[in-house]
Design a protein. Structure first.
Length: 177
């Protein structure tokens, strides 16, 4: 019965659950099914993202404008879903004052709190002091949002073109009597 229905509809008969009694089958276009499954897998691979550790370097005696520039750069990294490694480079006698470095990194953490949270507190690593800030959204969420925005803008552009094309074709395609 199912074989006949599949042949009449020019579709394939696919066995879904062979171990059940009676076996469950589905009438579908198997080529289309395989194509859609491949497209879903491709989309999943594209949305899968690797989190990258970006680095922002400071000196202990950083000017206000330079600090703001570094801060905006770090905010951009966090909005893109990347982790940020804030590093203070100590030179000479600056190494004897690590509390100033901690103060600067804490200020940095407060300033980027809107975009991320501190993953590792300030630690001294040789002549450097390091702190890692993780974004609130992971990279795959950011990519998914970007893809949704991109798809919406493409659809809007298609609709705009489609609306104009329909208006232009309507008079020409009308039958002449």
């Amino acid at each position: 019965m199912a074989m006949r229905l599949a042949q009449e509809a020019d579709l394939d008969l696919v066995e879904v659950a062979p171990n059940s009694k009676p076996p469950v089958v589905k009438i579908m276009d198997y080529g289309k099914f395989k194509y859609e499954a491949a497209q879903k897998a491709k989309e999943a691979r594209r949305n899968q993202a690797n989190t990258v550790l970006k680095e922002v370097r400071f000196r202990l005696k950083i000017e206000a404008h330079d600090y703001i520039t570094k801060l905006k750069r770090a905010e951009g990294f966090l909005q893109a879903g990347d982790k940020v490694k804030a590093m203070i480079l100590f030179r000479g006698r600056e190494q004897s004052r690590p509390e100033q470095g901690v103060r600067l990194l804490r200020k940095f953490a407060e300033d980027v709190a809107e975009f991320g949270t501190v993953e590792s507190n300030p630690t001294i690593d040789g002549r450097n002091m390091v702190m890692v800030v993780a974004p609130h959204k992971n990279k795959s969420e950011v990519k998914t949002e970007q893809n949704a925005v991109r798809a919406a803008s493409k659809q809007a552009a298609r609709d705009a073109r489609g609306g104009q094309a329909d208006d232009e074709q309507t008079p020409a395609s009308a039958p002449a009597e």
